[in-house]
Ligand binder design. Sequence first.
Ligand code: UD2
Ligand code: MN
Length: 471
Amino acid sequence: MKELFKINQFNLMASDMIALNRSLPDVRLDGCKTKVYPDELPNTSVVIVFHNEAWSTLLRTVHSVINRSPRHLLLEILLVDDASERDFLKEKLENYVRILDVPVRILRMEQRSGLIRARLRGAAATRGQVITFLDAHCECTAGWLEPLLARIKEDRKAVVCPIIDVISDDTFEYMAGSDMTYGGFNWKLNFRWYPVPQREMDRRKGDRTLPVRTPTMAGGLFSIDRTYFEEIGTYDPGMDIWGGENLEMSFRVWQCGGSLEIVTCSHVGHVFRKATPYSFPGGTGQVINKNNRRLAEVWMDDFKDFFYIISPGVVKVEYGDVSSRKTLREALQCKPFSWYLENIYPDSQIPRRYFSLGEIRNVETNQCLDNMGRKENEKVGFFNCHGMGGNQVFSYTADKEIRTDDLCLDVSRLNGPIVMLKCHHMKGNQMFEYDTEVCTLVLELSMSCPVFSFCNKFFVQSFIKYEKTDY
Ligand code: UD2
Ligand code: MN
């Protein structure tokens, strides 16, 4: 089992022992099971890209699509092989899919191209009214497709995702995902799940069966109107292998007039892995940073500074030519990133308005405030300034909080140290006054926080790399 695990970074032995057409629990909310959708829905092509995927997970994906989609809504399945090296993915696969009840086409990339360009190839060959993308280790559950297509029929500019359930990488148990989380991202531009905020619950008047407007998507599983996919600029073909395309599309869709939604009545499982099984030609970090730079440069305006200051190394990574993507942004008359932060993602980790971004340095000792690895509830530390961003980057925001990602300096512990807690935006224990003359920030806290006690003696100055006065 341990040997086989390494091949795909999931328990291949377990997967191979489970039927390709296994039954799954119906994990939908009760309100979803009784919903009635229009008879006339657009049909879809399903595009699945893969590189060296395991037989059983790939075919279980295909069977679950066929078995749980109304036949008239499923036009075809396109499998795009991104230059896999495994024999069973060649002729054996072609012979196997030939006997299935739904047309399955296999396209092959001549060379390893990455999931973004592989999806572009697949999408260009589709004939359905809607394109549905899936990873190659998914399982669709009962009623997954109708609510996605119904939402697109209602609004062709809605880009819709199912709830992504978890298929255990160890036991292959199917576990329902939550309808109370949605997509965001942190300063490093990693995609992250966060709780659906109250404002979004209010907008839906508490009806959890209605779609959640999500700031970003995980990337692997979504449906989009085929002509809208082209209109909005497909994907950035300059992105390599893996990563970044999901945020790029999320920003683009929102900024250019569409919407991105999680349709909570649709559930599809996915095997989440803790490590990548395949190689990244060019190096993992290089590839992801290149892709992230492309999306930051095109879509994030000055807010790209958050990404660059927390990871100063990335500015050395070449990102190629993005002029055609910028032209696209112009042509579509897309809104600025500040609009996105204000209207779509007000609870973002990146503050829309802020005074400064950088280190908080004691100029006397050359020590810097350090978030100690971003552990929640951990007291902040002071260490020698390393100038490498990371744990020593903070933003002093217009709300007067001192934050790094979703954590804020907090003085709620009586006579205890200052700790990092989830930002609550209620001011109170997370509000700091900054005054260059008297260093109020520090004086006020010195009684409760030992790490700040030197402030009575020394002058602490916020080291402002980027000064914002015109927000
Ligand atoms: C998530 C997404 C994934 C993609 C990625 C960011 C989900 C569930 N998954 O990562 O779809 O958006 O974030 O880029 O939201 N593949 C290729 N060629 C390659 C590398 C990968 O075809 O060079 C295939 C791979 O076989 C798989 C798909 O692309 O079918 C996604 O790759 P992954 O499963 O390793 O990505 P994941 O789920 O970690
Ligand atoms: Mn995946």
